[in-house]
Design a protein around this ligand. Structure first.
Ligand code: XBP
Ligand code: MG
Length: 233
């Protein structure tokens, strides 16, 4: 029997990549006078790497292979990422990135029916809680699993296995909501059934492992569109 819903954050609850993370990375680069700028199209490519620190490292290796930080790599990445997190929180406070259609409705309905709720995100914990504080309520989620809490980020299943263990549930008692190929891979590798709500960054990715693919979760006056499905019995 279904006991819990587990939600990804970025791209699933809200369009935070487009209106938040990318801009915050660029603001952090500018503050440190680095001549690096992540355009929308470059960011689509960089999104294949999960995790902000990991994404910066990939970008530098690929586009600025001779760059050497003045401190240790791990220290450099951590401090640059900390600055990015500060800007991201500022953006959330000022621009108030809205939830995607149907997210609040579904979460409230699930709560009313006694389903348990959790978060599984690659993004840093302060980023996840900042969005939840502004839009939903962090207390509604029994587990908020985020960022470096597990060593291997999505597409590794670790973050989902962590949530299952914390909640004392098996995979077939849960349903996951994701927006990206790497998120889907992580959930499926943990044995979880997954609904994908695509967005502009992810709509051309391979979601054949999902049990349902829709454009968003839908509202009464904004029905969702079915894209693909393989609904399990
Ligand atoms: C989210 C990510 C994160 C965010 C940035 O993926 O990949 O890296 O882009 O967040 P998912 P941080 O939605 O699959 O969890 O900079 O805090 O890592
Ligand atoms: Mg996502």
């Amino acid at each position: 029997k279904l006991q819990a819903l587990i939600f990804d954050v970025d791209g699933t609850l809200a369009e935070t990549e487009r209106y938040g993370h990318r801009i915050a990375f660029n603001q952090a680069f500018a503050e440190l006078a680095f001549d690096w700028h992540w355009s929308e199209s470059l960011y689509s490519e960089l999104l294949t790497i999960a995790g902000g620190k990991e994404r910066i490292q990939y970008y530098l290796e690929r586009y600025h292979p001779t760059f050497q930080p003045t401190s240790e790599w791990s220290e450099f990445l951590a401090s640059l990422h900390k600055l990015k997190t500060k800007y991201y929180r500022e953006l959330l406070n000022n621009a108030a990135i809205p939830l995607r259609p149907g997210v609040k409705r579904l979460i409230k309905e699930a709560k009313a029916q006694g389903l348990r709720l959790a978060i599984a995100t690659t993004s840093a914990l302060p980023n996840a809680t900042a969005l939840l504080e502004r839009t939903l309520n962090p207390d509604w989620f029994e587990v908020i699993a985020a960022g470096d809490i597990v060593p291997a980020k999505k597409p590794a299943p670790d973050i989902y296995n962590y949530v299952l263990e914390k909640m004392g549930l098996t995979a077939n008692e849960c349903l996951v909501f994701e927006d990206s190929f790497h998120g889907l891979q992580a959930a499926v590798a943990a044995g979880l059934k997954t609904i994908v709500t695509v967005n502009d960054y992810t709509k051309n990715q391979d979601f054949s492992a999902a049990c349902l693919v829709v454009n968003h979760l839908g509202e009464l006056d904004l029905p969702c569109e079915f894209i693909a499905g393989n609904i399990p019995k």
